[in-house]
Design a protein around this ligand. Sequence first.
Ligand code: MSP
Length: 472
Amino acid sequence: MTKKYITTAIPYMNGNPHIGHAMDYCLADVCARYLALLGNEVKLQAGTDEHGSKIAQKADELDVEVQDYVDEKAEIFRDFIAKLGVSYTDYVRTTNEWHERRVQDIWRKLKKHIYLAKYEGWYCTGCERFITDKEYEENEGICPDHLKPYEKLEEENYYLRLSDFKDKLKKAIETDEMLILPGFRKKEILKLLEESPDVSISRPVTQLKWGIPVPDDPSQVMYVWVDALSNYITVLGYPEEDISAWWPATAQFVGKDILRFHAIIWPAMLMGMGLPLPKTLVSHGMVLADGQKMSKSIGNVVDPNEVIDKYGIDAFRYFFLRHIDTFADSDFTWKKFEDAYNNELANDLGNLVQRLATMVSKNNVKIEELNGASEFSSEYKELMDKYEFAKAFDYVWEKVQGVNKKIDERKPWQLAKNGEKGVLEDCLKELVNDLLNANYMLMPFLPSASSKIAEVFDGEVKPPETPLFPKS
Ligand code: MSP
Protein backbone atom coordinates (compact mmCIF):
# COMPACT_ATOMS: atom_id res chain seq x y z
CA MET A 1 0.00 0.00 0.00
CA THR A 2 1.27 3.45 -0.85
CA LYS A 3 1.48 5.90 2.02
CA LYS A 4 -0.06 9.35 1.62
CA TYR A 5 0.12 12.22 4.08
CA ILE A 6 -2.42 15.08 3.98
CA THR A 7 -2.31 18.17 6.19
CA THR A 8 -4.58 21.01 7.31
CA ALA A 9 -3.62 24.48 8.54
CA ILE A 10 -3.83 24.70 12.32
CA PRO A 11 -6.14 27.57 13.37
CA TYR A 12 -5.21 30.24 15.88
CA MET A 13 -6.87 29.86 19.23
CA ASN A 14 -7.86 33.52 19.51
CA GLY A 15 -11.55 32.96 18.85
CA ASN A 16 -14.16 30.34 18.09
CA PRO A 17 -14.50 28.37 14.85
CA HIS A 18 -16.35 30.07 12.00
CA ILE A 19 -17.49 28.56 8.71
CA GLY A 20 -14.26 29.65 6.97
CA HIS A 21 -12.26 27.38 9.24
CA ALA A 22 -14.20 24.42 7.87
CA MET A 23 -12.63 24.75 4.42
CA ASP A 24 -9.23 23.22 5.21
CA TYR A 25 -10.87 20.34 7.02
CA CYS A 26 -13.53 19.59 4.44
CA LEU A 27 -11.10 19.68 1.51
CA ALA A 28 -8.37 17.69 3.24
CA ASP A 29 -10.91 15.15 4.44
CA VAL A 30 -12.29 14.62 0.94
CA CYS A 31 -8.76 14.17 -0.32
CA ALA A 32 -7.89 11.69 2.45
CA ARG A 33 -11.05 9.63 1.96
CA TYR A 34 -10.59 9.58 -1.80
CA LEU A 35 -7.00 8.39 -1.52
CA ALA A 36 -8.01 5.75 1.03
CA LEU A 37 -10.76 4.45 -1.29
CA LEU A 38 -8.11 4.12 -4.00
CA GLY A 39 -6.30 1.73 -1.70
CA ASN A 40 -3.66 4.01 -0.19
CA GLU A 41 -2.69 4.09 3.47
CA VAL A 42 -3.50 7.65 4.51
CA LYS A 43 -2.55 9.90 7.40
CA LEU A 44 -4.42 13.14 7.97
CA GLN A 45 -3.10 15.66 10.48
CA ALA A 46 -5.09 18.30 12.33
CA GLY A 47 -4.38 20.50 15.32
CA THR A 48 -4.36 23.90 16.92
CA ASP A 49 -1.96 26.86 16.85
CA GLU A 50 -1.76 28.11 20.41
CA HIS A 51 1.17 30.52 20.71
CA GLY A 52 1.68 34.15 19.75
CA SER A 53 0.91 37.62 20.97
CA LYS A 54 -2.66 37.69 19.62
CA ILE A 55 -3.57 34.75 21.83
CA ALA A 56 -1.75 36.13 24.88
CA GLN A 57 -3.53 39.45 24.37
CA LYS A 58 -6.91 37.76 24.19
CA ALA A 59 -6.29 35.87 27.46
CA ASP A 60 -5.12 39.12 29.05
CA GLU A 61 -8.29 40.90 27.99
CA LEU A 62 -10.32 38.15 29.63
CA ASP A 63 -8.04 38.14 32.65
CA VAL A 64 -7.38 34.41 32.49
CA GLU A 65 -4.19 32.36 32.37
CA VAL A 66 -3.09 31.86 28.76
CA GLN A 67 -2.77 28.10 29.16
CA ASP A 68 -6.30 27.87 30.57
CA TYR A 69 -7.56 30.01 27.75
CA VAL A 70 -5.99 27.86 25.02
CA ASP A 71 -7.05 24.65 26.77
CA GLU A 72 -10.64 25.78 26.56
CA LYS A 73 -10.43 26.94 22.94
CA ALA A 74 -8.54 23.84 21.82
CA GLU A 75 -11.34 21.70 23.22
CA ILE A 76 -13.92 23.73 21.27
CA PHE A 77 -11.94 23.29 18.04
CA ARG A 78 -11.43 19.59 18.63
CA ASP A 79 -15.19 19.13 19.02
CA PHE A 80 -15.73 21.15 15.86
CA ILE A 81 -13.29 19.03 13.84
CA ALA A 82 -15.02 15.87 15.10
CA LYS A 83 -18.42 17.31 14.25
CA LEU A 84 -17.31 17.94 10.65
CA GLY A 85 -16.62 14.22 10.34
CA VAL A 86 -12.91 14.76 9.69
CA SER A 87 -11.08 11.44 9.50
CA TYR A 88 -7.86 12.71 11.07
CA THR A 89 -5.27 10.25 12.32
CA ASP A 90 -2.76 12.59 13.96
CA TYR A 91 -3.44 15.57 16.18
CA VAL A 92 -1.13 18.29 17.46
CA ARG A 93 -1.46 21.19 19.84
CA THR A 94 1.49 23.55 19.61
CA THR A 95 1.55 23.69 23.42
CA ASN A 96 2.13 19.92 23.58
CA GLU A 97 5.39 19.35 25.40
CA TRP A 98 6.59 17.02 22.63
CA HIS A 99 5.88 19.62 19.96
CA GLU A 100 7.84 22.32 21.82
CA ARG A 101 10.80 20.00 22.35
CA ARG A 102 10.87 18.96 18.69
CA VAL A 103 10.59 22.55 17.44
CA GLN A 104 13.64 23.44 19.52
CA ASP A 105 15.49 20.54 17.89
CA ILE A 106 14.39 21.82 14.49
CA TRP A 107 15.84 25.24 15.37
CA ARG A 108 19.15 23.60 16.26
CA LYS A 109 19.15 21.79 12.93
CA LEU A 110 18.66 25.10 11.12
CA LYS A 111 21.43 26.80 13.11
CA LYS A 112 23.85 27.28 10.24
CA HIS A 113 21.21 29.21 8.32
CA ILE A 114 20.31 31.46 11.27
CA TYR A 115 21.98 34.73 12.30
CA LEU A 116 21.26 37.50 14.80
CA ALA A 117 20.71 41.06 13.55
CA LYS A 118 19.11 44.33 14.42
CA TYR A 119 15.77 45.12 12.80
CA GLU A 120 14.37 48.55 12.27
CA GLY A 121 11.11 48.74 10.38
CA TRP A 122 7.43 47.96 10.28
CA TYR A 123 5.45 45.17 11.86
CA CYS A 124 1.79 44.13 11.80
CA THR A 125 0.58 42.48 15.00
CA GLY A 126 -2.51 41.19 13.20
CA CYS A 127 -0.50 39.38 10.51
CA GLU A 128 2.29 38.64 12.98
CA ARG A 129 4.89 39.53 10.39
CA PHE A 130 7.34 42.22 9.38
CA ILE A 131 6.34 44.53 6.58
CA THR A 132 8.70 45.65 3.84
CA ASP A 133 9.05 49.37 3.10
CA LYS A 134 7.48 48.74 -0.29
CA GLU A 135 4.41 47.14 1.28
CA TYR A 136 4.25 49.93 3.82
CA GLU A 137 4.12 52.50 1.04
CA GLU A 138 1.66 50.55 -1.07
CA ASN A 139 -0.74 50.19 1.85
CA GLU A 140 -0.13 53.72 3.10
CA GLY A 141 0.92 52.48 6.51
CA ILE A 142 -2.26 50.56 7.30
CA CYS A 143 -2.72 46.79 7.13
CA PRO A 144 -5.49 46.12 4.58
CA ASP A 145 -6.48 42.90 6.36
CA HIS A 146 -6.55 44.18 9.92
CA LEU A 147 -7.21 47.87 9.23
CA LYS A 148 -4.63 48.76 11.87
CA PRO A 149 -1.60 51.02 11.38
CA TYR A 150 1.70 49.17 11.10
CA GLU A 151 3.92 49.54 14.16
CA LYS A 152 7.47 50.84 14.07
CA LEU A 153 9.87 48.31 15.54
CA GLU A 154 13.47 48.40 16.54
CA GLU A 155 14.80 45.20 17.97
CA GLU A 156 17.22 42.30 17.73
CA ASN A 157 15.93 39.20 16.00
CA TYR A 158 17.23 35.96 14.68
CA TYR A 159 16.94 35.63 10.91
CA LEU A 160 16.61 32.67 8.63
CA ARG A 161 18.89 33.24 5.66
CA LEU A 162 16.35 32.83 2.90
CA SER A 163 19.05 33.73 0.41
CA ASP A 164 20.61 30.29 1.09
CA PHE A 165 17.58 28.65 -0.51
CA LYS A 166 16.13 31.13 -2.97
CA ASP A 167 17.53 29.69 -6.18
CA LYS A 168 16.69 26.12 -5.28
CA LEU A 169 13.20 27.08 -4.15
CA LYS A 170 12.57 29.13 -7.25
CA LYS A 171 13.43 26.11 -9.36
CA ALA A 172 11.24 23.79 -7.27
CA ILE A 173 8.29 26.10 -7.81
CA GLU A 174 8.95 26.71 -11.49
CA THR A 175 9.28 23.00 -12.27
CA ASP A 176 6.30 22.03 -10.08
CA GLU A 177 8.52 19.84 -7.93
CA MET A 178 6.43 21.60 -5.28
CA LEU A 179 3.18 22.14 -7.14
CA ILE A 180 1.22 25.26 -6.17
CA LEU A 181 -2.50 25.18 -6.81
CA PRO A 182 -4.36 26.95 -8.26
CA GLY A 183 -1.78 27.56 -10.98
CA PHE A 184 -2.18 31.35 -11.11
CA ARG A 185 -0.87 31.66 -7.55
CA LYS A 186 2.48 30.28 -8.66
CA LYS A 187 3.38 33.55 -10.37
CA GLU A 188 2.40 35.56 -7.29
CA ILE A 189 4.59 33.41 -5.08
CA LEU A 190 7.56 33.57 -7.44
CA LYS A 191 7.31 37.36 -7.39
CA LEU A 192 7.06 37.42 -3.60
CA LEU A 193 10.02 35.09 -3.31
CA GLU A 194 12.09 37.33 -5.52
CA GLU A 195 11.30 40.32 -3.28
CA SER A 196 11.54 38.52 0.08
CA PRO A 197 14.35 39.54 2.39
CA ASP A 198 15.71 37.12 5.00
CA VAL A 199 13.00 36.12 7.44
CA SER A 200 12.92 37.27 11.04
CA ILE A 201 12.22 34.16 13.09
CA SER A 202 12.28 35.37 16.70
CA ARG A 203 11.02 38.15 18.92
CA PRO A 204 12.56 39.50 22.11
CA VAL A 205 11.00 37.86 25.15
CA THR A 206 10.09 41.37 26.32
CA GLN A 207 7.72 41.59 23.32
CA LEU A 208 6.46 38.04 23.17
CA LYS A 209 6.40 35.73 26.14
CA TRP A 210 3.84 33.20 24.99
CA GLY A 211 5.92 31.09 22.66
CA ILE A 212 8.69 28.53 22.43
CA PRO A 213 12.03 29.82 23.78
CA VAL A 214 14.94 29.97 21.35
CA PRO A 215 17.41 27.27 22.44
CA ASP A 216 20.43 28.69 24.30
CA ASP A 217 19.13 32.25 24.23
CA PRO A 218 16.55 33.00 26.92
CA SER A 219 16.20 36.56 25.66
CA GLN A 220 14.39 35.42 22.48
CA VAL A 221 11.19 33.56 21.69
CA MET A 222 10.46 31.85 18.39
CA TYR A 223 8.34 33.51 15.77
CA VAL A 224 4.94 31.85 15.76
CA TRP A 225 5.20 30.69 12.13
CA VAL A 226 8.39 28.67 12.74
CA ASP A 227 6.61 27.00 15.63
CA ALA A 228 3.34 26.49 13.75
CA LEU A 229 4.75 25.29 10.42
CA SER A 230 6.83 22.69 12.20
CA ASN A 231 3.65 20.98 13.38
CA TYR A 232 3.37 19.11 10.10
CA ILE A 233 6.45 17.07 10.93
CA THR A 234 6.61 17.16 14.75
CA VAL A 235 3.27 15.37 14.72
CA LEU A 236 4.96 12.56 12.78
CA GLY A 237 7.70 12.40 15.42
CA TYR A 238 10.42 14.47 13.71
CA PRO A 239 13.31 14.70 14.45
CA GLU A 240 13.20 11.88 16.98
CA GLU A 241 11.69 9.50 14.47
CA ASP A 242 12.40 8.67 10.85
CA ILE A 243 9.49 10.18 8.95
CA SER A 244 10.55 9.21 5.46
CA ALA A 245 7.64 6.77 5.08
CA TRP A 246 5.19 9.70 5.31
CA TRP A 247 7.10 12.81 4.39
CA PRO A 248 6.96 14.59 1.91
CA ALA A 249 3.26 15.29 2.26
CA THR A 250 1.11 14.46 -0.74
CA ALA A 251 -0.97 17.61 -0.26
CA GLN A 252 -1.04 20.47 2.22
CA PHE A 253 -4.30 22.42 2.37
CA VAL A 254 -4.15 26.10 3.33
CA GLY A 255 -6.14 29.27 2.77
CA LYS A 256 -4.81 31.71 0.16
CA ASP A 257 -4.03 34.22 2.95
CA ILE A 258 -1.36 31.95 4.40
CA LEU A 259 0.01 30.44 1.19
CA ARG A 260 3.05 32.76 1.32
CA PHE A 261 4.20 31.24 4.62
CA HIS A 262 3.76 27.72 3.27
CA ALA A 263 5.33 28.41 -0.10
CA ILE A 264 8.36 30.39 1.09
CA ILE A 265 9.28 30.03 4.79
CA TRP A 266 8.20 26.42 5.12
CA PRO A 267 10.14 25.07 2.12
CA ALA A 268 13.19 27.10 3.21
CA MET A 269 12.98 25.46 6.64
CA LEU A 270 12.62 22.03 5.05
CA MET A 271 15.61 22.60 2.79
CA GLY A 272 17.61 23.75 5.80
CA MET A 273 16.77 20.46 7.52
CA GLY A 274 17.59 18.46 4.41
CA LEU A 275 13.98 17.31 4.05
CA PRO A 276 12.07 17.11 0.76
CA LEU A 277 9.39 19.66 -0.11
CA PRO A 278 5.68 18.86 -0.02
CA LYS A 279 4.43 17.55 -3.36
CA THR A 280 1.46 19.94 -3.54
CA LEU A 281 0.26 23.08 -1.79
CA VAL A 282 -3.45 23.51 -2.35
CA SER A 283 -4.65 27.00 -1.51
CA HIS A 284 -8.36 27.55 -1.23
CA GLY A 285 -10.29 30.81 -1.40
CA MET A 286 -12.09 32.64 1.36
CA VAL A 287 -15.65 32.05 2.46
CA LEU A 288 -17.48 35.34 2.54
CA ALA A 289 -20.73 36.06 4.35
CA ASP A 290 -23.21 38.02 2.25
CA GLY A 291 -20.37 39.14 0.01
CA GLN A 292 -18.25 40.50 2.85
CA LYS A 293 -15.29 39.26 4.80
CA MET A 294 -16.56 37.77 8.06
CA SER A 295 -15.64 39.83 11.05
CA LYS A 296 -16.79 40.27 14.59
CA SER A 297 -17.04 44.02 14.19
CA ILE A 298 -19.38 43.71 11.20
CA GLY A 299 -21.27 41.04 13.15
CA ASN A 300 -21.61 38.69 10.17
CA VAL A 301 -19.64 35.72 11.50
CA VAL A 302 -21.51 32.49 10.77
CA ASP A 303 -21.18 29.79 13.41
CA PRO A 304 -20.72 26.39 11.74
CA ASN A 305 -22.34 24.68 14.72
CA GLU A 306 -25.56 26.50 14.02
CA VAL A 307 -25.58 25.24 10.42
CA ILE A 308 -24.69 21.66 11.37
CA ASP A 309 -27.15 21.49 14.28
CA LYS A 310 -29.97 22.66 12.08
CA TYR A 311 -29.29 20.75 8.85
CA GLY A 312 -26.82 17.99 9.70
CA ILE A 313 -23.28 17.29 8.65
CA ASP A 314 -24.11 15.99 5.16
CA ALA A 315 -25.88 19.23 4.28
CA PHE A 316 -22.95 21.24 5.63
CA ARG A 317 -20.38 19.27 3.64
CA TYR A 318 -22.63 19.33 0.57
CA PHE A 319 -22.77 23.11 0.49
CA PHE A 320 -19.17 23.83 1.39
CA LEU A 321 -17.74 21.28 -0.99
CA ARG A 322 -19.95 21.95 -3.97
CA HIS A 323 -21.22 25.52 -3.80
CA ILE A 324 -18.17 27.06 -2.22
CA ASP A 325 -15.59 27.00 -4.99
CA THR A 326 -12.46 24.99 -4.22
CA PHE A 327 -10.09 27.78 -5.23
CA ALA A 328 -11.96 31.08 -5.60
CA ASP A 329 -13.63 33.18 -2.90
CA SER A 330 -17.31 32.25 -2.52
CA ASP A 331 -20.27 33.53 -0.70
CA PHE A 332 -22.30 31.89 2.04
CA THR A 333 -25.87 33.09 2.55
CA TRP A 334 -28.58 31.24 4.41
CA LYS A 335 -30.80 31.59 1.34
CA LYS A 336 -28.27 29.90 -0.95
CA PHE A 337 -27.67 27.23 1.62
CA GLU A 338 -31.36 26.47 2.16
CA ASP A 339 -32.11 26.45 -1.56
CA ALA A 340 -29.29 23.98 -2.17
CA TYR A 341 -30.53 21.83 0.69
CA ASN A 342 -34.18 21.73 -0.38
CA ASN A 343 -33.83 21.68 -4.17
CA GLU A 344 -30.77 19.55 -4.53
CA LEU A 345 -30.04 17.37 -1.53
CA ALA A 346 -33.63 16.75 -0.51
CA ASN A 347 -35.14 16.65 -4.04
CA ASP A 348 -32.44 15.25 -6.29
CA LEU A 349 -30.92 12.77 -3.88
CA GLY A 350 -33.20 12.21 -0.87
CA ASN A 351 -36.35 11.76 -2.95
CA LEU A 352 -34.56 9.62 -5.48
CA VAL A 353 -33.42 7.15 -2.84
CA GLN A 354 -36.91 7.05 -1.36
CA ARG A 355 -38.67 6.60 -4.69
CA LEU A 356 -36.34 3.97 -6.06
CA ALA A 357 -36.18 1.92 -2.88
CA THR A 358 -39.98 1.99 -2.63
CA MET A 359 -40.43 0.80 -6.22
CA VAL A 360 -37.86 -1.98 -5.80
CA SER A 361 -39.37 -3.24 -2.58
CA LYS A 362 -43.00 -2.91 -3.72
CA ASN A 363 -42.32 -4.88 -6.87
CA ASN A 364 -40.31 -7.43 -4.98
CA VAL A 365 -37.27 -7.04 -7.19
CA LYS A 366 -34.20 -8.91 -5.96
CA ILE A 367 -31.07 -6.91 -6.51
CA GLU A 368 -28.66 -9.01 -4.46
CA GLU A 369 -26.57 -9.88 -7.48
CA LEU A 370 -25.70 -6.20 -7.86
CA ASN A 371 -22.71 -5.88 -5.65
CA GLY A 372 -22.68 -2.11 -5.81
CA ALA A 373 -20.22 -0.03 -7.73
CA SER A 374 -16.74 0.26 -6.39
CA GLU A 375 -14.97 2.19 -9.08
CA PHE A 376 -14.41 5.82 -9.86
CA SER A 377 -14.96 6.88 -13.45
CA SER A 378 -11.98 8.31 -15.31
CA GLU A 379 -13.61 11.77 -15.57
CA TYR A 380 -14.12 11.84 -11.83
CA LYS A 381 -10.60 10.65 -11.12
CA GLU A 382 -9.12 13.24 -13.41
CA LEU A 383 -10.87 16.06 -11.54
CA MET A 384 -10.10 14.63 -8.11
CA ASP A 385 -6.43 14.15 -8.98
CA LYS A 386 -6.26 17.83 -9.93
CA TYR A 387 -7.89 18.74 -6.58
CA GLU A 388 -10.88 20.17 -8.48
CA PHE A 389 -13.21 18.88 -5.81
CA ALA A 390 -16.16 21.21 -6.45
CA LYS A 391 -16.07 20.27 -10.14
CA ALA A 392 -15.86 16.58 -9.31
CA PHE A 393 -18.85 17.03 -7.02
CA ASP A 394 -20.76 18.74 -9.89
CA TYR A 395 -19.93 15.78 -12.07
CA VAL A 396 -21.32 13.32 -9.51
CA TRP A 397 -24.42 15.44 -9.15
CA GLU A 398 -25.02 15.22 -12.90
CA LYS A 399 -24.99 11.45 -12.48
CA VAL A 400 -27.55 11.70 -9.66
CA GLN A 401 -29.75 13.90 -11.81
CA GLY A 402 -29.24 11.45 -14.67
CA VAL A 403 -30.89 8.71 -12.61
CA ASN A 404 -33.88 10.96 -11.94
CA LYS A 405 -34.14 11.67 -15.63
CA LYS A 406 -33.98 8.00 -16.53
CA ILE A 407 -36.84 7.26 -14.11
CA ASP A 408 -38.95 9.94 -15.76
CA GLU A 409 -38.19 8.57 -19.22
CA ARG A 410 -38.59 4.87 -18.51
CA LYS A 411 -41.64 5.27 -16.27
CA PRO A 412 -41.23 2.06 -14.25
CA TRP A 413 -44.71 2.54 -12.73
CA GLN A 414 -46.13 2.18 -16.24
CA LEU A 415 -44.22 -1.07 -16.73
CA ALA A 416 -45.66 -2.37 -13.45
CA LYS A 417 -49.15 -1.38 -14.49
CA ASN A 418 -48.72 -3.16 -17.84
CA GLY A 419 -47.51 -6.28 -16.06
CA GLU A 420 -44.15 -6.21 -17.89
CA LYS A 421 -42.39 -7.91 -14.99
CA GLY A 422 -39.11 -8.80 -16.76
CA VAL A 423 -38.63 -5.36 -18.31
CA LEU A 424 -39.51 -3.73 -15.00
CA GLU A 425 -36.94 -5.80 -13.12
CA ASP A 426 -34.18 -4.98 -15.58
CA CYS A 427 -35.12 -1.33 -15.51
CA LEU A 428 -35.08 -1.08 -11.70
CA LYS A 429 -31.81 -2.96 -11.48
CA GLU A 430 -30.23 -0.61 -13.97
CA LEU A 431 -31.50 2.41 -12.04
CA VAL A 432 -30.19 1.08 -8.73
CA ASN A 433 -26.90 0.29 -10.37
CA ASP A 434 -26.62 3.85 -11.72
CA LEU A 435 -27.44 5.27 -8.32
CA LEU A 436 -24.91 3.09 -6.53
CA ASN A 437 -22.27 4.10 -9.07
CA ALA A 438 -22.87 7.75 -8.27
CA ASN A 439 -23.12 6.98 -4.58
CA TYR A 440 -19.66 5.44 -4.55
CA MET A 441 -18.24 8.66 -5.93
CA LEU A 442 -20.14 10.58 -3.28
CA MET A 443 -18.33 8.71 -0.52
CA PRO A 444 -15.42 11.14 -0.06
CA PHE A 445 -17.84 14.07 0.02
CA LEU A 446 -20.78 12.78 2.04
CA PRO A 447 -19.47 9.79 3.95
CA SER A 448 -22.44 9.58 6.25
CA ALA A 449 -25.23 9.91 3.66
CA SER A 450 -23.52 7.65 1.16
CA SER A 451 -23.12 4.83 3.67
CA LYS A 452 -26.82 5.15 4.58
CA ILE A 453 -27.72 4.94 0.87
CA ALA A 454 -25.51 1.91 0.34
CA GLU A 455 -27.26 0.27 3.30
CA VAL A 456 -30.72 0.91 1.85
CA PHE A 457 -29.86 -1.11 -1.25
CA ASP A 458 -27.78 -3.73 0.47
CA GLY A 459 -29.54 -7.12 0.30
CA GLU A 460 -33.22 -6.77 1.16
CA VAL A 461 -34.09 -3.26 -0.04
CA LYS A 462 -35.70 -1.22 2.70
CA PRO A 463 -36.87 2.33 1.95
CA PRO A 464 -35.71 4.74 4.67
CA GLU A 465 -38.38 5.16 7.36
CA THR A 466 -37.69 8.87 7.56
CA PRO A 467 -36.47 10.96 4.60
CA LEU A 468 -32.68 11.23 4.35
CA PHE A 469 -32.98 15.00 4.05
CA PRO A 470 -36.26 16.25 5.52
CA LYS A 471 -37.36 19.47 3.83
CA SER A 472 -36.88 22.57 5.91
N1 MSP B 1 -2.52 29.63 12.66
C1 MSP B 1 -2.43 29.97 11.28
C2 MSP B 1 -2.13 28.73 10.43
C3 MSP B 1 -0.87 28.00 10.79
S1 MSP B 1 -0.63 26.61 9.76
C4 MSP B 1 0.92 26.13 10.09
C5 MSP B 1 -3.72 30.59 10.78
N2 MSP B 1 -4.81 30.40 11.54
S2 MSP B 1 -6.27 30.97 11.17
O1 MSP B 1 -7.12 30.54 12.24
O2 MSP B 1 -6.21 32.35 10.89
O3 MSP B 1 -6.68 30.25 9.85
C6 MSP B 1 -6.73 28.83 9.79
C7 MSP B 1 -7.15 28.38 8.40
O4 MSP B 1 -8.48 28.83 8.15
C8 MSP B 1 -6.28 28.97 7.29
O5 MSP B 1 -6.09 28.03 6.26
C9 MSP B 1 -7.11 30.13 6.78
O6 MSP B 1 -6.87 30.45 5.45
C10 MSP B 1 -8.50 29.53 6.94
N3 MSP B 1 -9.51 30.56 6.99
C11 MSP B 1 -9.69 31.53 7.93
N4 MSP B 1 -10.74 32.31 7.56
C12 MSP B 1 -11.26 31.86 6.40
C13 MSP B 1 -12.35 32.19 5.58
N5 MSP B 1 -13.15 33.18 5.84
N6 MSP B 1 -12.56 31.41 4.49
C14 MSP B 1 -11.79 30.32 4.18
N7 MSP B 1 -10.76 30.00 4.92
C15 MSP B 1 -10.45 30.75 6.01
O7 MSP B 1 -3.70 31.21 9.74
